[in-house]
Write a protein that binds this ligand. Structure first.
Ligand code: 3HC
Length: 330
């Protein structure tokens, strides 16, 4: 009885201590302090950040696939050079984000293995095909435009390594968005066929891009905690609305029609859009999108074919470490 009582009181003391630390942590967040890797943090904060940052990283790497498909088919050397630079940037974004995720204690290998095993997500938007060159313009214009809308607030995320990674990423995203919009301007000022190709791409990408911001707020399972911990500064619906309001005038400038006949501007100047097909979103997240299988197969193949590079780098690092130890022992 006594031991149990002792354990109980130990247990109570620990619960009181944890509650006090959690309250102190929340006070730091409320004062807009940055949380750094060596700071105490609730396990749930660590877990949700590892989830979000790693999935963000997976998205950057998988996002290279649909665009990489057009590098050899770009219509000019200038377009090819811009697309090459963009795809290379996305790879770098993935590496910054894996590095940020690793500061939370999970290795990059574990994070990548989870994605390859289909246990971790990447953005739904990259499960759609790039059928024409106009898709490359639309991805830069809309997908990177949406990414900027979502990533700018993440520069003020409470977790230091994530926020700092975002600052560099956002600078490069603005080039991505601009080169995409320039492609769309060129096509819309080109032949009737080119303009029709641009409209067709907008028709296919518009709704999947709105889904990219995540489920509606009432269905967002992480939204509340992410907001309370200032990981998210705006809700999914708030960012979606900001994106729509910013993008409709751009489509009007291009002379393109947003594929939503029910869309109308309200008295506040916001563009109200029709209901989103969340069943499609659910299906894509369940692995039943147009390209889910291809994307995962391509990532698994690249990972297998790249094993020798990882092994060689590890062997070199081991050899160098033992040489340094031997020199230190001399
Ligand atoms: N695609 C895939 N999964 C999605 C998703 C999407 N578009 N939107 C939401 N989800 C998932 C969430 O991951 C979560 O599942 P999980 O618990 O298994 O992780 C579930 O749906 C519920 O959604 P929540 O709204 O509760 O989840 P979050 O609070 O994490 O919000 C998010 C979702 C807004 C995407 C948020 O995770 C986020 O801001 N992530 C960082 C930014 C990001 O990943 N951007 C997209 C791709 S990067 C990109 O576009 C690169 C550019 O260079 C092209």
């Amino acid at each position: 009885m006594y031991t149990q009582a002792l354990n109980t009181s130990d247990g109570d003391d620990r619960a009181v201590e944890d509650a006090a630390r959690a309250a102190e942590f929340q006070a730091r967040i409320d004062q807009d302090e940055r949380i750094e890797p060596n700071d105490w943090m609730p396990a749930a904060y660590r877990k949700t950040l590892t989830r979000q940052i790693s999935q963000h990283a997976h998205s950057e790497i998988v996002g290279m696939l649909p665009e990489g498909n057009w590098i050899t088919r770009a219509p000019s050397l200038r377009r090819k050079a811009a697309l090459l630079a963009k795809v290379q940037d996305e790879c770098g974004h993935g590496l910054y984000l894996y590095a940020a995720a690793e500061t939370l204690g999970t290795s990059r290998e574990e994070l990548v293995d989870a994605m390859l095993a289909g246990k971790a997500k990447y953005s739904s938007i990259f499960n759609y095909p790039t059928l024409t060159w106009a898709d490359i313009g639309t991805i830069g214009w809309l997908v990177d435009g949406a990414a900027i809308m979502n990533q700018i607030p993440l520069c003020r995320c409470s977790y230091g390594p994530y926020a700092r990674a975002m600052i560099r990423v956002c600078k490069e995203e603005s080039f991505h968005q601009r080169q995409g919009f320039e492609i769309m301007v060129t096509l819309c000022r080109g032949t009737a066929e080119q303009k029709a190709m641009a409209q067709n791409a907008l028709d296919r990408w518009w709704w999947p891009v709105l889904m990219m911001f995540g489920p509606p707020d009432q269905a967002s399972q992480h939204g509340d905690t992410s907001t309370r911990w200032k990981i998210k500064r705006f809700s999914n619906d708030e960012l979606r609305q900001k994106f729509v309001d910013a993008t409709v005038p751009q489509a009007q400038f291009l002379g393109l029609t947003i594929p939503d006949p029910g869309m109308k501007q309200n008295e506040n100047g916001n563009w109200e859009y029709s209901p989103i097909d969340w069943e499609e979103f659910k299906q894509v997240l369940a692995g039943n999108g147009p390209c889910n299988r291809d994307r995962l197969a391509a990532r698994r193949k690249a990972h297998e074919e790249g094993a020798w590079v990882r092994e060689a780098a590890m062997a070199y690092a081991e050899k160098r470490k033992s040489r340094q130890l031997a020199q230190a022992a001399e």
